[in-house]
Design a protein around this ligand. Sequence first.
Ligand SMILES: Cc1cc2nc3c(=O)[nH]c(=O)nc-3n(C[C@H](O)[C@H](O)[C@H](O)COP(=O)(O)O)c2cc1C
Length: 175
Amino acid sequence: MAALAGRHSTREFSSAEIPAQLVSDLLWAADGVNRVQTGGRTAPSAKNWREIDIYVARGDGLHVYDSTLHGLRHVLRQDLRAATGIQDFVGAAPINLVYVADLARVDSTDPVERRFYCAADAAFIAQNVYLFCASEGLACVIRGAVNRRALAQAMQLGPHQRVIFAQTLGFPTSH
Ligand SMILES: Cc1cc2nc3c(=O)[nH]c(=O)nc-3n(C[C@H](O)[C@H](O)[C@H](O)COP(=O)(O)O)c2cc1C
């Protein structure tokens, strides 16, 4: 109840780094494995596709969350934070998550179903992040205002990958 009462969007962030353990817990809350036997995740996904990858854009480069290993895999050295959005706060906040659908894991050829389900699956993860942030005193905002094509290029994504949303995270400025 407290997390739901505190959930809100924030567009002003402190530049303070988020401690590593908090980032680790946040990623687990976002879409970590909560049922070891089946590999089930904290977020549901259509037909259990588990097609959304969480990329983590930080000052130290681009990483991707591996749910199975519960760890970050380094992807690129560049600081791509500013490229994840078109709003001023995006480049200065410590973390931007980018939700990327891997269509290679989507066994539907219906373009409408693919779009709706990928967007819904990313949104469930984003809501987990919102609630985690509310419970831990972090600030965040989900963002659809993303230049998807340019960002996909900057992230060097493959032809089967689609940028769905981004979500900015940090401490509130009052922190
Ligand atoms: C699909 C979606 C896309 C959004 N895109 C943006 C965005 O690009 N930039 C932004 O600042 N907020 C964005 N928002 C946040 C909404 O503006 C925000 O949730 C709404 O104003 C309600 O405020 P609240 O989250 O504090 O309740 C988006 C929200 C959703 C659900």
